[in-house]
Design a protein around this ligand. Structure first.
Ligand code: F6R
Length: 611
C-alpha cells in the first residue's frame, strides 16, 4: 500500500509525478504529497485524494527537474496533512517518501527524542528519516552511507526514496519487502511502485530487489547491496500498453475490469489450452512435473479474494488429482508453526504478487524446504520472483481495488494446473478430461453472455441497495463463490454481508433471516442442486428475500426465488468462473447506486504490502 513516484531528468517533474500518483491511487488515497528540488526543497502535501493535492497546488511555482511523490494508505498516524508524505528531516535538508512499516520505529523514536529530536508527524517514516540524518551528522558521511547504516538497524518493510537539498542531481532509493520499479529513459529516470506511471515514457525497467540501494542521476543508475557492493542492474522490457491502464470509456475501473473478463479469460487460456490437440501447455508445471504430481500435499496460501480462488482450487485439485489440499490464510500461516513435510508443495496465489503476508508465508515455507509454485498476475512482482516456479494469470493490470478479473483468471489457471496434473497422475479419464477442457474453452463466451444481463442486474441493485445486511450461500464449488460475492458487496457498498456454506446456515445464521434480509444463493445446476433447493425453501419459510443465480433451464428455483439471475449451464468445476460474474456486477452496481467511488472503497488499498 502507498504509491510512490519519482523523476529526475530534463522534463518538468511535477506533471509526471502527479499523473503517476493518479495511476497509483489504487494503492492508497488517504493523503498525497510531492517534494520538488529546484533551488531548494519544496514540499506540498494534503489530506485526501491526489485531485485534492492537485487543486491545492494551482498557481504555485512547481518547476523542478527532480521530485518525489506519494499517495498514502495510513498505517502510523491518522490521515491528515501532517502525516502525509513526503516528510522533511529535522534540518530540512532531506525529504523522504516511504511505503511499508518500520516495526522498530518506537525504539528509534525514543533514542532520537533523548537526543532532542522533535517530530512534526505521528509516522514511522519521519522517525526513520531523522534516524538517517542523525547517522549522517554523527558520522560526517554521505547520505548513501548513512542510509546503509540505518537500514541495517531497521526492522520492517520499506521502499524509501530520498531527496537531498545539497545534492539536487541525485535521488536515492532502497527496498525491502515493498515493490520498486525504475524506468530507464534517455538521460532521465523514473521510479514507481509499479510500472503504470512509467510505461508512457519508457519500456526499459529494472525491478529493485530486497536489500538493494539505488543511486540515481539523470544519466546514471547505480545499484548496490547493503554491503556497498555494486550490482549489475537487470534491465527488462515491459510488456504492457498504456490502454491497459486507462478506463476505456467506463466510469469506473471496476466496471471496465468486470466487462473485460471474456478477454482476460481468453488471454489466460491463449497459448496454453489447445482443444483440438487436447493439450494444456504450462511451462512452469511441465518443468516441475515430478515435484508437483508427486506432492504429498498441496498447501495453498493466499489472502482475500485470492484465498477464495484457493478454496475453489482445493475442491478441484482434490477431485481431479486426489492430492490432499489445505487452504491457509497467509496471515495465519506465517505466524503459526506449520508442519511442512518432504513432498509438500506450496501454491501461493496473489494478484499483485506483493501482499506482505503472502510473501512472508512463502519465506517461512521456503525455510522449511517447501517447493513454491506461484500463481500471480503482476509480471515481475515479488512473489513471482521468489517462487521456485509458477504460472501467470495474464489478466492485465487490475486497478479497481476490489479484485474481479484477477479472480476469474486465477480460477482458470488453477483449473488448468489441476487438469494437467490429473492427466499426468492418470486420476482422470480421457472423456472427463476432454469434456473439461472443452468447458474451459467455452468460458469466455459464457461470461460474455452473463454480462449481457447487466441492465437487469443494475435494476436488482436498485431494488436491494438499501439492505442493511445480506447473506450469500452456496454449496460445493459454489461455496467459495458465495464468500467472494459477500466480500465484493462489503467492500464496495459497505453493506454487511456474510458468505456461508448453504447447509451450515441452519447452525446459526438462519437466526438472522427475516423479511428484510436478502439472501443470495449461488445455485447453478450441480450435484448438490436438490439440496440447495431445500435450503432456499428454508429461507423462504422464514420470509427471507431470495435472489438466486441459477442455470438456464432451471424450472424449480424461479418458482421459489424473489429474483433470479440466469447464467449459462456449465460443468460444476467450471461454474464458479461464470457464477461469480453476476455477483461482481451486483456489488458494483449497488456501490454505484449508493453514490460510492467503487474504485476506491474506504479504508482499502489494492496492494497490501503491510502486515
Ligand atoms: C478483494 C481484494 C483483496 C485481495 C487481497 C490479496 O477484492 O482485492 O481481498 O484479494 O488483498 O491480494 P493479492 O491477490 O494481490 O495477494
Amino acid at each position: 500500500m502507498c504509491g510512490i513516484v519519482a523523476y529526475i531528468g530534463p522534463r518538468e517533474a511535477y506533471p509526471i509525478i502527479l499523473k503517476g500518483l493518479k495511476r497509483l491511487e489504487y494503492r492508497g488515497y488517504d493523503s498525497a504529497g510531492v517534494a520538488l528540488l529546484n533551488h531548494g526543497l519544496k514540499i506540498y502535501k494534503k489530506k485526501g485524494k491526489v485531485a485534492d493535492l492537485e487543486e491545492s497546488l494551482i498557481g504555485k511555482d512547481l518547476q523542478a527537474n527532480a521530485g518525489i511523490g506519494h499517495t498514502r494508505w495510513a498505517t502510523h498516524g491518522e490521515p491528515n496533512d501532517r502525516n502525509a508524505h513526503p516528510h522533511s528531516s529535522a534540518s530540512g535538508k532531506l525529504a523522504m517518501i516511504h511505503n511499508g512499516i518500520i516495526e522498530n520505529y518506537a525504539q528509534l523514536k525514543v533514542e532520537l527524542t533523548k537526543k532532542g529530536y522533535q517530530f512534526k508527524s505521528d509516522t514511522d517514516t519521519e522517525v526513520l528519516l531523522n534516524f538517517i540524518e542523525d547517522i549522517q551528522k554523527n558520522n560526517g558521511c554521505e547520505l548513501e552511507e548513512a542510509l546503509r547504516i540505518a537500514l541495517k538497524r531497521v526492522v520492517g518493510a520499506y521502499v524509501i526514496v530520498l531527496l537531498d537539498r545539497e545534492h539536487p542531481d541525485t535521488i536515492i532509493a532502497a527496498r525491502k519487502g515493498s515493490p520498486l520499479v525504475i524506468g530507464i529513459g534517455k538521460g532521465e529516470h523514473f521510479l514507481a511502485s509499479d510500472a503504470s506511471p512509467i510505461i508512457e515514457y519508457t519500456k526499459e525497467v529494472v525491478y529493485v530487489n530486497d536489500y538493494e540501494l539505488a543511486i540515481i542521476k539523470r544519466d546514471e543508475l547505480i545499484l548496490k547491496n547493503l554491503g556497498n557492493e555494486k550490482i549489475t542492474p537487470y534491465i527488462q522490457k515491459l510488456d504492457l500498453e498504456l490502454t491497459a491502464i486507462e478506463k476505456g470509456g467506463y466510469d469506473f475501473f471496476m466496471l471496465k475490469e468486470i466487462f473485460e473478463q471474456p478477454d482476460t479469460i481468453f488471454d489466460c487460456l491463449r497459448g496454453r489450452l489447445d482443444v483440438t490437440k487436447g493439450t494444456i501447455t504450462m511451462a512452469g508445471v511441465q518443468n516441475n512435473i515430478e515435484q508437483l504430481k508427486n506432492a504429498n500435499r498441496i498447501i495453498i496460501i493466499a489472502c482475500g479474494t485470492s484465498w477464495h480462488a484457493g478454496l475453489v482450487a482445493e475442491y478441484v485439485i482434490e477431485e481431479l488429482c486426489r492430492i490432499p489440499v489445505e487452504v491457509e490464510y497467509a496471515s495465519e500461516f506465517r505466524y503459526r508453526n506449520p508442519v511442512i513435510q518432504k513432498g509438500d508443495v506450496i501454491l501461493a496465489i496473489s494478484q499483485s504478487g506483493e501482499t506482505a503476508d503472502t510473501i512472508v508465508a512463502i519465506e517461512r515455507a521456503k525455510e522449511q524446504g517447501a517447493f513454491i509454485f506461484g500463481v500471480v498476475n503482476v509480471v515481475g512482482s515479488s512473489i513471482a520472483r521468489i517462487s521456485n516456479a509458477g504460472a501467470y494469470t495474464h489478466a492485465g493490470p487490475e486497478i479497481g481495488v476490489a479484485s474481479t478479473k484477477a479472480f476469474t483468471a486465477q480460477l482458470v489457471v488453477l483449473t488448468m494446473i489441476a487438469l494437467k496434473l490429473a492427466m499426468e497422475k492418470k486420476t482422470i479419464d480421457q472423456d472427463r478430461y476432454t469434456h473439461l477442457i472443452n468447458e474451459l474453452h467455452n468460458v469466455p463466451e459464457k461470461v460474455r453472455e452473463v454480462l449481457q444481463a447487466h441492465q437487469y442486474i443494475q435494476e436488482l441493485a436498485e431494488k436491494y441497495k438499501n439492505a442493511k445486511d445480506a447473506l450469500y450461500l452456496g454449496r460445493g464449488y459454489n461455496f467459495p463463490v458465495a464468500l467472494e460475492g459477500a466480500l465484493k458487496l462489503k467492500e464496495i457498498s459497505y453493506i454487511h454481508a456474510e458468505g456461508y456454506p448453504a447447509a451450515e446456515m441452519k447452525h446459526g445464521p438462519i437466526a438472522l433471516v427475516d423479511e428484510s434480509l436478502p439472501v443470495v444463493f449461488v445455485a447453478t445446476r450441480d450435484s448438490y442442486h436438490e439440496k440447495i433447493v431445500s435450503n432456499i425453501q428454508e429461507i423462504k419459510a422464514r420470509k427471507g428475500k431470495v435472489i438466486a443465480v441459477i442455470s438456464e433451464g432451471d424450472e424449480i428455483i424461479p418458482k421459489l426465488a424473489n429474483d433470479v439471475i440466469v447464467v449459462p449451464e456449465a460443468d460444476e468445476l467450471i461454474a464458479p468462473m461464470i457464477g461469480t460474474i453476476p455477483l461482481q456486477l451486483l456489488a458494483c452496481y449497488i456501490g454505484i447506486a449508493k453514490g460510492y467511488d467503487v474504485d476506491k472503497p474506504r479504508n482499502l488499498a489494492k496492494s497490501v504490502t503491510v502486515e
